[in-house]
Design a binder for this molecule. Structure first.
Ligand SMILES: Nc1ncnc2c1ncn2[C@@H]1O[C@H](COP(=O)(O)OP(=O)(O)OP(=O)(O)O)[C@@H](O)[C@H]1O
Ligand SMILES: O=P(O)(O)OC[C@H]1O[C@H](OP(=O)(O)OP(=O)(O)O)[C@H](O)[C@@H]1O
Length: 297
């Protein structure tokens, strides 16, 4: 099929084609019920249930495609949006791809403050953000900085050992890559996570854009909450309901057991263990926690 000619009238949604963000993006699309089949090596996939085409692009190029209005929606890291200096909306923090862009120096090299690096050579894949950072540090404009900023596309952490850099500016999550290269961090340029990004001048049907955003918000909420059900004696409700207030209010249903009710409520996933302990202590019975696969709240 000539995919390009099937793109008219479809909302173009840019997704990282590989790398750190890819799997999570696919799982968000799945959770949002945006169905598609991506043929091997093809970077365009038409959704089979919505007028949407997924365009698989390098994470670094997505801000430009969305910023220039070629794609209405995209997913990429905030680091990439700031590096590309593109003016896009950032409607949803997707809460993955969390890491920091940091200034890293040889652990045994004696640098402890980024000001000591003024006039030295810094290697990064994020040359725009690095230039801005050092221009600010030097109190000058970007075209006048004394620090030399050089670009490499990957394996940035090898630059100091290879003698091409005094320091690097690169992403750090666990710190394993940094430590393995004998480096240590001395400053943070930016904290980042993956976002849904949106063109400031979208071309597609606003209702379709709103539907996709609401579905993705639903996936985010479903990840954050679980559903907690338990049985309780009505006399204990005063103590139990404050533990499970729900997002709006808990649902209380009558059950075929005199003096008992069933309670159902959304609770924060991260607190579920403590909440179940507390419910049990205060007299709740038959406490169960269920996954929410998607929701609209
Ligand atoms: N270690 C990490 N932990 C969390 N998120 C990361 C990490 N590394 C990168 N990211 C996020 O993922 C984005 C894409 O990085 P990734 O390294 O996957 O790039 P890529 O486009 O696949 O390029 P390449 O694989 O060629 O380096 C980054 O801009 C950042 O937002
Ligand atoms: O702090 P850590 O958990 O070790 O993660 C940091 C590493 O992750 C990213 O690289 P990635 O592995 O995606 O590959 P790349 O070097 O090819 O960009 C980043 O550029 C660091 O090298």
């Amino acid at each position: 099929m000539d995919l390009v000619n099937h793109l008219n009238d479809r909302l173009l949604f840019a997704i990282p084609k590989k790398g750190r963000l890819y799997d999570k993006c696919v799982s968000i699309l799945k959770g949002s019920d945006i169905k598609f089949h991506r043929s091997q090596r093809l970077d365009i996939a038409l959704s089979t249930n919505l007028p949407v085409a997924l365009i698989f692009l390098p994470a670094a190029d997505i801000p430009m495609f969305v910023g220039e209005g070629k794609c209405d929606l995209g997913i990429t890291g905030v680091d990439q949006v700031r590096e590309a200096d593109m003016d896009v909306e950032l409607p949803i923090d997707l809460q993955f791809g969390n890491c920091k862009l940091q200034v890293q120096v040889p652990a045994n090299g004696g640098y402890t403050d980024p000001r000591q690096l003024i006039g030295k050579t810094i290697v990064s894949s994020f040359t725009n953000l690095t230039t801005k950072y050092f221009a600010e540090l030097e109190g000058t404009t970007e075209d006048k900085i004394a620090t030399k900023i050089r670009y490499v596309g990957g394996s940035v952490e090898a630059s100091c050992a290879l003698g091409i850099a005094d320091a690097i500016v690169d992403l750090v999550e666990s710190g394993e890559t940094m430590r393995a290269a004998g480096l240590t961090d001395i400053a943070t340029v930016l904290e980042t996570s993956a976002y849904l990004i949106e063109s400031k001048h979208p071309k597609s049907d606003p209702e379709l854009i709103a539907t996709i955003k609401s579905r993705i918000e639903g996936v985010m909420t479903a990840q954050q909450y679980v559903c907690c059900n338990y049985n309780a004696q009505t006399k204990d409700l005063d103590k139990l309901l404050p533990i499970t207030p729900g997002r709006r209010a808990p649902t209380i249903s009558h059950i075929d057991d005199e003096g008992w009710v069933a309670v159902s409520s959304m609770i924060e996933r991260s607190k579920k263990g403590a909440i179940m302990d507390e419910l049990k202590k205060k007299g709740a019975a038959d406490i169960m926690v269920f996954e929410i696969s998607n929701c609209r709240v």
